[in-house]
Design a protein around this ligand. Structure first.
Ligand code: ADP
Length: 321
């Protein structure tokens, strides 16, 4: 489940108020010390809190028989009483468990007891790109090429299966122990029946939301919203802050609607990076490149992609040789 911070635009203020209130639904009661899967009989020892989301708390879960460690997403049943919240959680589970890709957080299993729902996931020990960017401020272009390529692989896989993620952002891109990208949080993901279908639900996260979602004419949106978000991610990794970030939601939305952003003059940003960002951050969804077109962009041929990154790259810029 995602923090539905931008569940509505100015056109639907009531829905936004509702979305804000729902953020306090994180369960206050911790899960039991040992959680037993009633179907398989497996027992898991709950450990440290890894993070909190809109509805969920995520803890370390260790399989007591095998010693294997997972991330256990715990959602209190008391927080999912409404029909919409239940449908959302069911959809997140259904979509996420259908995916199997090395750059997508693996769905391990689903369990429940009288009080909680548990989603067992592959654990990503190095947190998300939010923390990485806080520690590093900005990344080098070869590093960005390395991470972006993996994000593109994951998105290409999702889109080929008619799934739109709809909430791609730094906080939903996790990093595993080998510094591999893992896309997570399918709380806003949706599947399309046919390629031409337009989705009408307004959702996303303010800084990353595509302009067609904010458009009051509401002609719907599709796969291109993920391309827009990847453009925002690319800009943020290279420049160190999101292109439309302001302290006021309304101002951010206005900047997105008017396509107002710029490249800071004091930073050395390659022409290839600027051109790729510009192509993805186009107001008209159909003008944005497909994943295949992004992969063929010269940003990736200009920046030889490192085969791997050293663990020190979490703290300081690697020396690309
Ligand atoms: P929500 O859907 O409620 O927003 P998230 O999926 O975003 O919840 O998870 C909340 C937090 O838990 C994340 O920001 C992160 O800190 C942590 N977390 C989530 N999934 C994992 C994972 N697979 N491995 C490690 N930490 C995770």
């Amino acid at each position: 489940l995602s923090r539905r911070t931008a569940a509505a635009t100015a056109a639907r203020p009531a829905a936004r108020t509702k979305a804000r209130k729902s953020r306090s639904k994180v369960p206050s009661e911790p899960p039991p010390d040992i959680v037993r899967n009633a179907t398989t009989g497996a027992k898991y020892k709950t450990g440290a809190l890894l993070g909190k989301g809109g509805f969920a708390r995520v803890y370390k879960f260790q399989d007591m028989a095998t010693g294997k460690v997972y991330a256990g997403k715990v959602v209190a049943k008391s927080s999912i009483t409404g029909a919409r919240a239940r449908a959302k959680l069911k959809s997140e589970i259904k979509l996420h468990r259908s995916l199997d890709h090395e750059n997508i957080v693996s769905f391990v299993q689903f369990m429940e007891d009288s009080k909680f729902v548990y989603i067992l996931l592959e654990i990503c020990t190095n947190g998300s790109f939010m923390e990485l960017l806080k520690a590093r401020r900005q990344l080098t272009e070869p590093e960005v090429a390395y991470y972006m390529w993996q994000l593109l692989e994951a998105t290409e896989y999702m889109h080929a299966r008619n799934i739109i993620h709809r909430d791609l952002k730094l906080g939903n891109l996790f990093i595993d122990d080998k510094l591999q990208v893992k896309v997570g949080d399918f709380g806003l993901a949706t599947s399309v029946e046919h390629k031409g279908e337009r989705k009408k639900t307004i959702c996303g996260t303010p800084n990353y939301i595509a302009p067609e979602i904010l458009d009051s004419r509401n002609n719907g949106h599709s796969f291109e919203v993920d391309i827009w978000s990847i453009g925002v991610i690319l800009y943020t990794m290279i420049i160190g802050k999101p292109p439309f970030e302001t302290s006021k939601l309304k101002t951010t939305y206005n900047l997105i609607k008017t396509n107002t952003y710029s490249f800071p003059p004091d930073k050395p940003i390659s022409e290839a990076a600027r051109s790729l960002i510009r192509s993805m951050l186009q107001a008209r969804p159909s003008a944005r490149p497909t994943i295949a077109e992004i992969k063929a962009h010269r940003f990736f041929s200009d920046n030889p992609i490192p085969a791997s990154l050293p663990p020190t790259a979490l703290k300081r810029a690697p020396l690309h040789s």
